[in-house]
Ligand binder design. Structure first.
Ligand code: AGP
Length: 609
């Protein structure tokens, strides 16, 4: 996902834009650029590579301006070259734009602009059509020009537009890509993400789909697509810049792994009342509605989907409602069986994942009630849902998701229990037992964190391996999937995850002496089966590291090595065991010298299909 910023006011636009872009650096980018309006002209500078390359090109008084837009680009259409970097400018050099998203009909717009209006394109990007369209429609009213251009565009976009002939304002539009605005003492601000504005304001305006926002040095004006002025209350952001900084840790990922006890504690604290009872009344679920529920779909991508796999088990165990966990990208095209007796639970850290947002819309179109589990307050998924359960992980910056996962798990356990109690399918005793176990989770995670040294030693021993398997049974399958994803995305090792019972149906053919095989054995009723799987792997000479509970006396006799997580119930074991694998992935990636927080080819939130 690209980062966008805009500023108009009394301060130095260049400084404000660079500060905003640098606050978005964590999201990964391959080029950056700014456009400033100065003395009735547009001044555009862009560079491929890191922000410092751009900074070096915008020194000196020539770049003294009070209004401008900026961009960090994550290449989609066209290579990460200077030509393809944003801002893009109209042929007459009077209009500049920055854009995050994809213009799906850019080919037909481009053809029309070339053939009918003689426009010459300077880049291979889809975004450049926006600059030409706005210029085509500009007749002295920038808002109207942007509005008309937006009507021609299909796809997802958040775009900021400036015109040399209208030097007092920035006009921005949004559809299915995040956009926020704010005011500070020095003027008006726009950005794709909250961290870009936090240095200047914590009170932000969330821009809705199809809205147009105009910022001047005195005001933020929001309009709907027919140009009717909208009233919008500001949203207060209660986390600060420090929460989005590394705080002494070498990487955001490590910091976020260590923040998990806090995230879990806070997620619980916000949903348990003084007597310790679950408080989800604000979701507005009634017993009558819950009794009629026929089916639950959990939809999510990547790590969030792995949390959904555990969530399914908890929902079926405690609420006794058939539940299916689907990848958002599959769900939306699968003709799902959804009606008004369906609950669709969407899980998303960022709340901006395009596939999940569209899956949610599809479920709602078909009549489902939509509940989202989201970390980013006011994000698109949260706003499109009927009910929102916020995780209290705090900002997650590293591309590899860690604390979002464990807080999503805790949220799903609470939702499962709440629905179970509402429907009279879970007993108070069961609820009390699970809540007591959840209360222990922060301390259990701390226990695993306290053994980082031995996890680092394990990583040192195995970081050169090229084939690493993770297998388990029951909810250990989800942990295996998540552990494997963590490792592959930051270390680039070829890693596989599998339900252990499936090994003999094909995958066992890959098991050789150079394989490192993690065997998860935390689920009591499947324990003996897992020991047999370990024997099978040993017989094929794989090196087996078992992950089991501390009081397990048998597993060490069969595995080559064992990592013990503290004793805990089978239910909460997924929340505890994953922490060991997060640290393992982190240290393997570090031994391999990888860019841990910004792995290649990946972005923190995936706002394109
Ligand atoms: C995990 O480490 C990922 N980087 C990725 O799988 C992520 O969980 C997925 O893209 C979903 O993101 P979301 O939670 O923001 O929707």
């Amino acid at each position: 996902m690209c980062g966008i910023v805009g500023y108009v006011g009394t301060g130095s636009a260049k400084e404000m834009l660079l500060a905003g872009l640098s606050a978005l650096e964590y999201r990964g980018y391959d080029s950056a650029g700014i456009a400033l309006v100065r003395k009735g002209k547009l001044l555009v500078r862009k560079e491929s590579g890191k922000l410092r390359a751009l900074e070096a090109k915008v020194t000196g008084s020539d770049f003294d301006s009070r209004l401008g837009i900026g961009h960090t680009r994550w290449a989609t259409h066209g290579a990460p070259t200077r030509e393809n970097a944003h801002p893009h400018v109209s042929g007459d050099g009077r209009v500049a734009i920055v854009h995050n998203g994809i213009i799906e009909n850019f080919m037909e717009l481009k053809e029309e602009l070339i053939l009918e209006h003689g426009v010459a394109f300077a880049s291979e990007t889809d975004s450049e059509v926006i600059a030409h369209l706005v210029s085509l429609y500009y007749e002295g009213d920038l808002v109207e020009a942007v509005r008309r251009a937006a009507k021609r565009m299909r796809g997802a976009y958040a775009a900021c537009v400036v015109a040399a002939d209208d030097p007092g304002k920035i006009v921005a539009i949004r559809k299915d890509a995040p956009l926020i605005a704010g005011m500070c003492e020095e003027g008006g601000l726009l950005a794709s993400d909250i961290p870009a504005l936090l240095k200047y304001t914590r009170d932000i305006y969330l821009i809705e789909n199809n809205e147009i926002v105009v910022i001047t040095k005195q005001d933020v004006e929001i309009y709907d697509e027919e140009r009717t002025r909208m009233n919008r209350a500001r949203t207060h952001i209660d986390w600060d810049v420090a929460a989005a900084e590394k705080g002494g840790y070498e990487h955001f990922m490590l910091k976020e792994i260590y923040e998990q006890p806090k995230g879990v504690r806070e997620t619980l604290a916000h949903r348990l009342d003084e007597s310790g009872a679950i408080q989800l009344d604000d979701l507005g679920f009634t017993k009558e509605w819950a009794d009629k529920l026929e089916r639950i779909y959990i939809v999510a991508c990547g790590t969030a989907c792995h949390a959904g796999m555990v969530g399914k088990a908890m929902i079926e165990k405690y609420a006794k409602i058939p539940c299916e966990t689907c990848l958002s990208s599959e769900f939306r095209y699968s003709d799902p069986i959804v009606n008004e007796r369906t609950l669709c639970i969407c899980i998303s850290q960022s709340g901006e994942t395009s596939d999940t947002l569209e899956a949610l819309r599809e479920a709602k179109r078909r009549g489902a009630e939509a509940l989202s589990i989201v970390n980013v307050v006011g994000s698109s998924v949260a706003r499109a849902s009927d009910h929102v359960f916020y995780t209290w992980a705090g900002p997650e910056i590293a591309v590899a998701s860690t604390k979002a996962y464990t807080t999503q798990l805790v949220s799903l356990y609470l939702i499962a229990l709440y629905l179970g109690l509402l429907r009279g399918r879970a007993t108070e005793a069961e609820a009390g037992a699970l809540l007591a176990q959840l209360a222990e989770v922060p301390a259990l995670i701390e226990d695993v964190l306290g053994r980082e040294d031995s996890i680092r030693a394990l990583a040192r021993q195995h970081y050169k391996k090229e084939k690493i398997f993770y297998a388990g049974r029951g909810t250990d399958v989800a942990t295996a999937e998540e552990a494997s994803l963590k490792l592959k995305e930051i270390s680039y090792i070829n890693s596989y995850s599998i339900a252990a019972g499936e090994l003999k149906h094909g995958t066992i053919a890959l098991i050789t002496r150079d394989v490192l095989f993690f065997a998860l054995a935390t689920q009591t009723k499947l324990y003996d089966k897992m020991l047999s799987n370990i024997e099978e792997m040993k017989a094929r000479q794989a090196q087996v590291v078992a992950v089991a509970k501390a009081s397990d006396a048998r597993v060490a006799e069969v595995a080559d090595d064992t990592f013990f997580i503290p004793d805990c119930s089978d239910e909460v074991a997924p929340i505890v065991a994953i922490v060991m694998f997060q640290l393992f992935a982190y240290h393997v990636a570090k031994f391999r010298g990888r860019e841990i927080d910004q792995p290649r080819n990946l972005a923190k939130s995936v706002t394109v299909e």
